[in-house]
Design a protein around this ligand. Structure first.
Ligand code: DX5
Ligand code: ZN
Length: 212
């Protein structure tokens, strides 16, 4: 199983594009740069918009956009235009998750549903045949640097059992200590911010996660 790594910039000072572009250069071996878009409504915090995502120069590294917003259907086009290779949104925030999945896919972008720790798999069961990937949140949506909630591991396991071919992205509290158990549970893509960018050598941190 080849594990992919998405480096999240949430823990960095994203008010300064130079800092972000320099950080991206330090993780040239990552598969994705993960962008946590928050609108101050779906979650309390507010982060950045599609113009920001567009302005980040990720070179050949793909952009992975995680929408933690209300009405994601109103934003998807803008993030596709900003260069997203994959977009996930929270089903409970969308008017018609099915329609939005179809729309994202029709533009050649991978479509995923993000599942908060409080949301049971049952709630997204009907969408499992339509999506390209599922993003299992292993912390509460909002802040970087939280501790992985152990109970979410079960969710990864049950998704793996239900749909062995579905790509599972795991997001929150991933580090050298927790990566192994999420991979064992069936994770394919690991999102990590604090662990990677707090490391002295972010590139080595990416490799450590990939090989956990
Ligand atoms: C949390 C975000 C995560 C966050 C992960 O709301 O969805 O993507 O950036 O950050 P760390 O790796 O610090 O838990
Ligand atoms: Zn995220």
């Amino acid at each position: 199983m080849i594990i992919k790594v998405a480096a999240s910039i949430l823990s960095l000072d994203y008010s300064d594009i130079t800092i972000i572009n320099q950080a991206v250069m330090r993780v040239s071996n990552a598969d994705f740069i993960h962008f946590d878009v928050m609108d101050g409504k779906f979650v309390k915090d507010k982060t950045f918009d599609s113009d920001f995502v567009k302005s980040v120069n990720t070179g050949v590294i793909k952009k992975d956009v995680h929408l933690m917003t209300k009405q994601p259907e109103k934003l998807a086009d803008k993030f596709i235009d900003a260069g997203a290779a994959m977009i996930s949104f929270h089903a409970e925030a969308a008017k018609s998750p099915k329609k939005l999945i179809e729309k994202i896919k029709s533009k050649g972008v991978l479509a995923g549903i993000a599942v908060s720790p409080a949301t049971p798999i049952k709630k997204i069961e009907k969408l499992l045949d339509d999506i390209d990937f599922v993003l299992v949140m292993t912390v509460k949506p909002g802040k970087p640097g939280q501790k992985l909630i152990e109970a979410t591991i079960k969710k990864i396991k049950s998704l793996t059992k239900k749909k062995p071919d579905l790509i599972i992205e795991v997001d929150g509290g991933i580090n050298a200590d927790t990566a192994h158990e999420v991979i064992e549970a069936g994770a394919d893509i690991l999102v990590a911010g604090s662990y990677i960018f707090n490391s002295q050598d972010p590139k080595i941190a990416v490799d450590i996660l990939r090989n956990s």
